[in-house]
Design a protein around this ligand. Structure first.
Ligand SMILES: [Zn+2]
Length: 311
């Protein structure tokens, strides 16, 4: 009798243990499943992203947040991972990349940041003068007809061809640059510096009268759209065509040293689609030493720098 009761108890105990284990296991499974369907990998998968894409972004919550807030797009991750990505441009990047799938991402980002996909001279705005030495004048931003810097100074013939003016602090920087070059046996002097709106108007008009407006737009900025009106730009003198000037000691010295004095080469080779200007190896723009160094280090145009860091 006693023995049977004990057996009964034992059986009941085992069943109880089994039930408890069962409850624990199913609770764990439930929690696991529940966690999974609320996890980023699951949600991304539901959104249409494949395993490879998911593994790429896992851990980067900023990117995941954007991916989950939008429809699946095959370009989105690359765009979001691009160095010069600007959030407010996201729709434009996608639109542009969809239209030109062969363009690489860095180009898509740069083009949209600078042009917003618009043609030169098609979307004109006034220059934001509050940016000081970092004002951007290009084929989207123009100066007003009556803008003339207040601190223009006359340049000595030692530093420029006759009757040239430039902003005072740019002159100081340029004089340091010229002296440093001279110590290396290189003679640099300015050829074109500050240019008035009126003078630019005449230059553009003459070019247009001679060879038509397409030619004029290629070789001369429209009035208001020339950086020379800022008093921050200097064309150094050269009598050589570009292909020969880039082989000269002067150009090589400028490439290596201009930033030390706060200047950048404003219109680099193969960047016409961003700057709007053909390669001008002689055109210097003053932006200050720190910015010049950074632009040099990052290998970007001032237009790109402005879009990402200044605007
Ligand atoms: Zn120039």
């Amino acid at each position: 009798m006693k023995r049977r009761r004990r057996l009964h108890l034992k059986k009941g105990f085992y069943i109880l243990v089994l039930v408890i284990v069962g409850i624990i296991v199913s609770t764990i499974l439930y929690i696991k499943h529940n966690n999974y369907i609320h996890s980023n990998p699951y949600l991304l998968k539901q959104q249409g992203y494949n395993e490879k894409e998911i593994n790429r972004v896992i851990g980067n919550n900023n990117i995941i947040k954007v991916l989950l807030s939008r429809e699946y797009n095959p370009y989105l991750i690359d765009i979001l991972e691009s160095k010069y990505y600007i959030e407010s441009n996201l729709d434009s990047y996608i639109k542009y990349k969809t239209k030109y799938p062969d363009k690489d991402y860095a180009d898509v980002i740069a083009i949209i940041n600078v042009t917003n996909g618009k043609d030169f001279y098609s979307n004109e705005k006034e220059v934001d003068m509050s940016k000081g030495d970092l004002i951007l004048v290009n084929k989207f931003y123009h100066l007003s007809e009556d803008y003339e810097p207040e601190d223009l100074v006359n340049m000595e013939v030692k530093y420029a061809t006759s009757n040239k003016k430039i902003r005072s602090h740019v002159y100081d920087a340029f004089k340091s640059l010229v002296s440093a070059a001279k110590r290396q046996g290189i003679k640099i002097y300015a050829n074109t510096t500050y240019r008035t709106y009126k003078a630019q108007e005449n230059a553009h008009m003459n070019a247009r009268n001679q060879k038509g407006s397409a030619y004029a737009d290629k070789y001369a900025a429209r009035p208001g759209f020339s950086e020379h009106q800022t008093g921050l730009a200097i064309d150094v003198h050269t009598s050589l065509p570009n292909e020969e000037f880039v082989e000269s000691e002067t150009y090589k010295w400028l490439v290596e040293n201009a930033s030390t004095y706060g200047f950048i080469l404003r219109y680099p080779k193969d960047k016409e689609y961003l700057t709007g200007f053909k390669f001008e190896p002689y055109h210097l723009r003053y932006v200050g030493v720190d910015v010049a160094k950074q632009i040099e280090k990052e290998g970007i145009t001032f237009d790109e720098y402005y879009a990402y860091y200044v605007r």
